[in-house]
Design a protein around this ligand. Structure first.
Ligand SMILES: [Zn+2]
Ligand SMILES: [Zn+2]
Length: 439
């Protein structure tokens, strides 16, 4: 009889196991595996849900729950003293299933952003987060505190028809940030800086998708961190061109967020940005640009560790290549080619920078043979690499797409005639090395 007894008959043991599960997906699967497990869960669901919420969301659970509850209570545009507090979990410890759904949605976004943050600022060698548990908790808390702000005072909270008193709004926004301690505010500021950089890198995606020239990176931030992440991933489905136009008419300043945060910090005599906010240690601080190429590149800025870039974070290349800015990177007179500049621009616009650079990398010439995608390059050396290979990439792409083979112009990319003679520019290939000097 003893052998047939279920090992899970002890409800406390089962409860202990359920409470230690890492996330709600696992909890859900576990509950469905047997009736006895379901019964144990059913008898004490609240404590189990709270425990799993803590396991999945971590020490930032109070900030995440506050965000979720403020959203569910529709507290749009309310001043901070009318919002729910970070003590919600203590005051109302029962987490509903809808709250669980929202918490999971948010932590997934925060986790994905943490990976990107880690790769850029903590340890460039890994695409997934290398933050310590403490750093990760700080990052998540700061992210949810910022998220609450963008949610309550950003796009979601604003009704298109309402006239907003800009001055009154500014005061309400200031009060929100003033409610944080200086350390918390510094952490939020760091997250904002990171998200703005990420938004900048997606400007290109939107301008090409909506065929507009004035996409403001503030727009995705105004919609919240989840929008910044989607924008970064090239997902344009969350927004339409009307929203972008409405945003323009709202008159949100370019320094929305940063101006308010800076003002609060300044008010506290906190001028200088402290070095290591959020992070206790940065890995690879001694890394240097490997300065590849035909000869050591004179403009190499190898000692600026933060400026080093490799394949893993090519998404930050918008800092180097302004949107639609690949034409200035073309070699020699290709920049002025009268026939193909338009098509070249379109080809670049249709891809994200990482995808584009990934393809360009495939045309790596022998001079760069010692460079691997995982090695670090400074901005100057990456620019040089792009200039040395962009024409090779596009020449091959053009040929593939048009299924046309043209004779190479003797003067290749140096040809002067391509800059004013449409017939010549059309007839010959200029995306090649010159075989004759002086065009
Ligand atoms: Zn360099
Ligand atoms: Zn020519």
């Amino acid at each position: 009889m003893l052998l047939t007894k279920s090992p899970f008959s002890n409800a406390d043991v089962t409860d202990g196991i359920l409470s230690s599960l890492p996330d709600f997906n696992t909890l859900h699967s576990a509950i469905l595996t047997s009736k006895s497990i379901y019964t144990v869960f059913h008898d004490r669901p609240h404590s189990t849900i709270r425990a799993v919420a803590f396991n999945q969301i971590g020490p930032a659970l109070p900030q995440a729950l506050r965000l979720v509850r403020c959203e569910r209570a529709n507290l749009w545009l309310r001043p901070v003293d009318e919002l729910l507090g970070e003590d919600e979990l203590l005051k109302h410890p029962v987490i509903t299933s809808e709250e669980v759904r929202m918490l999971v949605e948010k932590v997934k976004v925060a986790d994905a952003l943490e990976d990107l943050f880690s790769c850029r600022y903590k340890d460039k060698r890994f695409p997934n987060s290398q933050l310590t548990a403490v750093e990760s908790a700080r990052f998540h808390s700061a992210m949810y505190r910022l998220w609450l702000f963008t949610s309550i005072y950003g796009c979601q909270g604003r009704d298109d028809d309402d006239e907003i008193d800009v001055e009154a709004m500014r005061l309400i926004e200031t009060k929100y940030f003033a409610s944080l301690t200086t350390t918390q505010l510094r952490e939020v500021e760091r997250v904002v800086t990171f998200l703005i950089r990420l938004s900048n890198s997606s400007e290109h995606t939107y301008e090409s998708h909506y065929d507009i020239d004035n996409f403001s990176p503030q727009f995705s931030l105004f919609n919240g961190p989840h929008a910044v992440l989607k924008a970064h991933l090239g997902d344009t489905s969350w927004v339409n061109s009307d929203d972008i136009e409405n945003f323009d008419s709202m008159g949100i300043p370019d320094d929305w967020l940063t101006a308010v945060i800076s003002a609060v910090l300044l008010d506290r005599n906190q001028r200088e940005q402290a070095e290591k906010i959020l992070l206790d240690e940065v890995i690879g601080e001694d890394d240097r640009c490997i300065s590849v190429g035909p000869e050591k590149y004179a403009d190499c800025t190898s000692y600026f560790v933060r400026d080093l870039i490799n394949l893993l974070d090519w998404y930050f290349t918008s800092e180097i290549f302004e949107p639609l800015g690949m034409i200035p990177r073309l070699k020699s007179r290709l920049q002025l080619n009268v026939f193909e500049n338009g098509e070249f621009r379109t080809a670049c616009k249709s891809m994200t920078y990482p995808a584009l650079l990934d393809e360009v990398f495939e045309y790596k010439t022998d001079s760069y043979s010692q460079w691997d995608k995982n090695d670090w390059l400074c901005k100057s050396c990456l620019e040089k690499f792009v200039t040395d290979h962009l024409h090779l990439w596009y020449g091959a792409k053009w040929q593939q797409q048009t299924q046309t083979i043209r004779d190479d112009c003797w003067y290749g990319y140096n040809c002067r005639t391509q800059t004013h003679n449409m017939v010549h520019a059309k007839k010959l290939n200029h995306w090649c090395e010159p075989t004759k000097g002086d065009a």
